[in-house]
Design a binder for this molecule. Structure first.
Ligand SMILES: *[C@@H]1O[C@H](CO)[C@@H](O)[C@H](O)[C@H]1NC(C)=O
Ligand SMILES: *[C@@H]1O[C@H](CO)[C@@H](O)[C@H](O)[C@H]1NC(C)=O
Ligand SMILES: *[C@@H]1O[C@H](CO)[C@@H](O)[C@H](O)[C@H]1NC(C)=O
Length: 214
């Protein structure tokens, strides 16, 4: 009898594992997770480097599409049927590549956060390289959902050609807050979180304490 229940337990456990498999087997390659986790750990110092080393209320001019928060991700998912994680991840790389470049651009060579920003950007480019390599070329040739593509197109326009109403002024720290949270949401299999759903849906208004683990 004892043996039987042990067996049931084992079987139940295995079944549980099997049910988990589709989630665990999300297409993020291990090297990419390592790269993203390093970025995430580096981002834990963003307050020091991206807030304290800047004048109070310092902001950077960005496209409104570059304010890429968890709420935007949720909204896109609602608007687009069967939106693939891959499309969101491509959008994420695109947005944050621009963000990191813009942050670097406002820092003169001798700015105390310059090295930090440059290292982040370099690690980010490495992660992007792994991301590109880990998917077949055709995956990138495939058309993105129209709404996602529109966002990408708008972001590549030079800001001076963009109407002023589409600009946003955001602090470097807030941009990196969005970067960090959206990364943990879109590559959640790389991050051990207590409750992945909450980690993904929870959007903290600026200035409040982020959820534990960010
Ligand atoms: C980023 O993380 C790596 C690995 O933990 C560490 O070696 C490096 O010093 C960190 N860089 C910064 C700027 O914090
Ligand atoms: C920073 O912004 C806050 C809120 O908008 C404002 O109350 C404060 O006076 C600003 N500080 C400086 C130094 O401009
Ligand atoms: C994301 O949502 C914010 C409001 O939460 C909005 O200002 C911004 O334009 C949105 N970004 C995109 C890409 O839709």
């Amino acid at each position: 009898m004892v043996q039987l229940s042990a067996l049931t337990c084992l079987f139940g456990g295995l079944l549980g594992l099997l049910l988990l498999v589709p989630v665990l087997l999300a297409p993020t390659p291990p090297g990419m997770c390592t790269a993203l986790r390093t970025i995430s750990s580096n981002l834990s110092q963003r307050r020091k480097y991206m807030q304290h080393n800047f004048p109070i209320n310092f902001t950077i001019r960005v496209h409104y599409e570059e304010v890429f928060r968890l709420s935007n991700i949720s909204r896109l998912k609602l608007k687009i049927d069967n939106l693939e994680m891959f499309a969101l991840q491509r959008l994420w790389f695109h947005v944050n590549h621009g963000i990191l470049k813009k942050i670097l651009r406002v820092m003169p060579e001798r700015h105390p956060s310059r090295r930090y920003g440059a290292e982040l950007e370099s690690r980010f480019r490495d992660a992007e390289g792994i991301f590109v390599q880990s998917h077949p070329t055709e995956a990138f040739q495939k058309e993105l959902p129209e709404k996602v593509q529109e966002k990408l197109d708008r972001m590549t326009e030079h800001l001076d050609n963009v109407p002023e109403s589409s600009w946003r002024f955001v602090s470097p720290k807030q941009l990196l807050d969005n970067f960090q949270r959206s990364m943990r949401c879109l590559f959640r299999e790389c991050f051990s979180v207590v409750n992945p759903e909450i980690d993904c849906e929870y959007d903290v208004p600026h200035g409040q304490t982020p959820p534990p683990g960010t």
